[in-house]
Design a protein around this ligand. Structure first.
Ligand code: 0RA
Length: 644
């Protein structure tokens, strides 16, 4: 390191000062504790490098100078990011004595920070800047096109290998920056990027930066490519969220407001579902835990809808106000703020702190929304009717809940009659099999280990919970049986400590009906007991699809692929094969051996790794639009992997 450093300093000998030493110390610090700067050195950290560089280009786009970014992963795992912005300035920065290019790429926290205040030059939105990427790269190459010239410079582990020098001529109108780097394999546990994770992030960035085209090219393996461009930005995002639902008004309501301090953009559109989907961002970074911008938005929404409903006499004098929950039922919204110095709070830094943002968003949304309602009384009425229905349903659900609880007290026990419980009482050791149909339920009861395995049979199809209201849902006996068997309550009243079984295993037939019931159950848990999934309590049993018997040996095959492989390896002479369409076709011993015995069985754990994706999936499965639902169920019904 020292040798390379002195080589580099020769180039700028006259300006070799304390600043340069600081630069080297800075880069050294990054290499010593990379996790401090990019979170981790696993795949996430590797992705972080790309985000850092792309963020710079997105800043340039936000400032109005760039409309295209091309990200390429090369076969050797190096990455190239090209933008058509102004190009990092090649001139000297007084404070560092270095070119702006070299400053941005070697000085920690440079980039934006010396460009003055205001949100537009927020720079390195993830906060650490391009110099960190450089420090963690075996090699980096930068090219800048500016004022008709092409400039280039090379680095190794953050240390310049040559001066920034003119290496060619370009058209005067042709400007931009290209940065390519090879991550240092000494620093990272893996150099394997996940195409889907990156593509999802670029899609989000493109939504939040309207007019910016992000092209993503993966040259590894067979090669893949995706381009993201949204002319209408977050309005397109909201349309996408509502794609599988029925909107209550044709166009999203759009709010854009800018002050010296902040830029606010909000798009919202109601649909006829009962859920709420709100995505919030600060400086293009997702704020999963919300924060001051979301609080400001919610306050404005509740206030404006109540004011309008009173003025239009939709709410009568002695009606109670609509609650926040009421006005957010069926809401799809995207909130995006851009500010100079975002403060990210909470353990995972996913909540926006800045208190001044609340008032700015509240004011902006309040004004724009009340104007929209005044100008579109038809839309206003539809939204408020929807909120009123929500308020009434909430009241009905409260009564239904009271009723369920009272009933439990009267009957002396909360447990449903159909439940065959286990004798063990430690929830950690207990399993509940939720089984399709009474006959399969009978087999499962006979097959189980009654010490720790309980069985709850469901009769026929349970109702579609995505389309059903809370109060309707509680009227359904099958659903009530599940809730009471688990003991936790549901929705806001869910109490994890009361869960009676730490493994809840859905066991349905390996046919299309079975897949449908499984989907209904998954939807129920996802919507009303998401904690069960988040805490890894939900599983799917894997009954075999075939048995092949040769003499006295029986082999169980779990899917068609296993069957094909079996017959590739074995001749089919003297073999009899049976297909099991339903659990009921197996006797108790077979069901135990193949599907319930912890020593042999295969369970799939249900996971929701991406809430947005899962939400969309469930809507595709359960939403109003029947066609995509059918398609999904028929093409995926018998796929083994249900991890979502
Ligand atoms: C204007 C000024 C500065 C940098 C940029 C533009 C710029 C940086 C990057 C990084 C990748 N692509 C870019 N395009 C433009 C100097 C630093 C500042 O004041 O922000």
């Amino acid at each position: 390191m020292t040798t390379t450093a002195s080589k580099a300093s020769k180039a700028a000998a006259s300006t070799y000062t304390a600043d340069n030493i600081q630069v080297l110390e800075g880069l050294e610090a990054v290499r010593r504790r990379p996790g401090m700067y990019i979170g981790s050195t696993d795949q996430r950290g590797l992705h972080h490098l790309i985000y850092e560089i792309v963020d710079n280009a997105v800043d340039e786009a936000m400032a109005g100078y760039c409309d295209k970014v091309i990200v390429t992963i090369r076969p050797d795992s190096s990455v190239e990011v090209i933008d058509n912005g102004r190009g990092i300035p090649v001139g000297k920065v007084a404070k560092t004595g270095l070119s702006a290019v070299e400053t941005v790429l070697t000085v920690l926290h440079a980039g934006g920070k010396f460009g003055g205040g205001g949100y537009k030059v927020s720079g390195g939105l993830h906060g650490v800047g391009a110099s960190v990427v450089n420090a963690l790269s075996e090699s980096m190459h930068v090219e800048v096109k500016q004022d008709g010239a092409l400039w280039s410079q090379d680095y190794s582990r953050g240390v310049p290998q040559n001066e920034l020098r003119k290496t060619g001529k370009v058209d005067r109108n042709d400007t931009g920056t290209t940065i390519s780097w090879m991550p240092d394999s000494e620093m990272f546990e893996t150099l394997d990027y996940d195409f889907d994770v990156l593509a999802q992030r670029f899609r989000e960035m493109a939504y939040l930066t309207k007019g910016l085209m992000i092209q993503f090219i993966d040259l590894r393996d067979d090669g893949r490519e995706r381009s993201f461009y949204f002319d209408s930005g977050i309005q397109a995002f909201v349309r996408q969220l509502n794609r599988t639902r029925t909107a209550l008004h044709p166009d999203p309501i759009y709010v854009a407001y800018e002050t010296e301090e902040a830029a606010v953009e909000v798009a919202l559109q109601y649909n006829d579902s009962f859920g709420e989907v709100v995505h919030s961002f600060a400086n293009v970074i997702k704020t999963i835990d919300g924060g001051s911008h979301v609080t400001g938005f919610r306050t404005a929404l509740t206030r404006v809808l109540n004011d309008y409903a009173r003025k239009a006499k939709i709410l009568k004098d002695n009606d109670a106000n609509l609650s926040g929950d009421d006005v957010r039922e069926g809401l799809a919204a995207v909130i995006s703020v851009k500010i100079g110095e975002p403060q990210f709070e909470g353990q995972t830094k996913t909540r926006l702190g800045n208190p001044e943002v609340k008032g700015i968003v509240e004011g902006a949304v309040g004004n724009a929304l009340s104007q929209t309602l005044e100008e579109n009384p038809g839309i206003a009425r539809r939204i408020i009717e929807k909120s009123l229905t929500a308020a009434r349903a909430r009241e009905a659900a409260r009564k239904a809940r009271d009723l369920v609880q009272r009933k439990g007290v009267l009957e002396g026990s909360n447990l449903p009659g159909k439940l065959a419980d286990c004798s063990e009482t430690d929830p950690e050791k207990c399993e509940l099999y939720i089984v399709e149909g009474d006959s399969a339920g009978g087999s499962a009861k006979a097959a189980r280990d009654r010490r720790n395995q309980a069985v709850l049979p469901l009769r026929g199809k349970i109702l579609n919970v995505e389309k059903a209201r809370l109060d309707k849902m509680l009227e359904n006996e099958q659903i009530r049986n599940i809730i009471t068997a688990l003991g936790t309550g549901f929705g806001e009243e869910y109490n994890a400590a009361k869960l009676r079984y730490h493994k809840i295993i859905i066991m349905t037939d390996a046919d299309v009906d079975g897949a449908h019931i499984r989907t209904l159950l998954l939807t129920f848990f996802y919507r009303f007991m998401p904690e069960v999934i988040a805490d890894s309590h939900l599983f799917i049993a894997q009954p075999p699809l075939y048995s092949v018997t040769r003499g006295r040996n029986t082999t169980w095959l779990f899917d068609d692929r296993a069957r094909e492989e079996y017959f590739k390896e074995h001749s089919d002479k003297g073999v009899s094969m049976q297909r099991y369409k339903g659990l009921g076709e197996m006797n108790a011993e077979q069901l135990w051996d193949t599907t319930m015995n912890p020593a042999n069985r295969q369970l799939l754990r249900v996971e929701v790794t991406d809430a947005e994706l899962a939400d969309e999936l469930f809507n595709t499965l359960m939403g109003d639009d029947v066609a995509p639902r059918k398609k999904f169920i028929t093409t995926h019904a018998l796929e083994a992997n249900l991890d979502i």
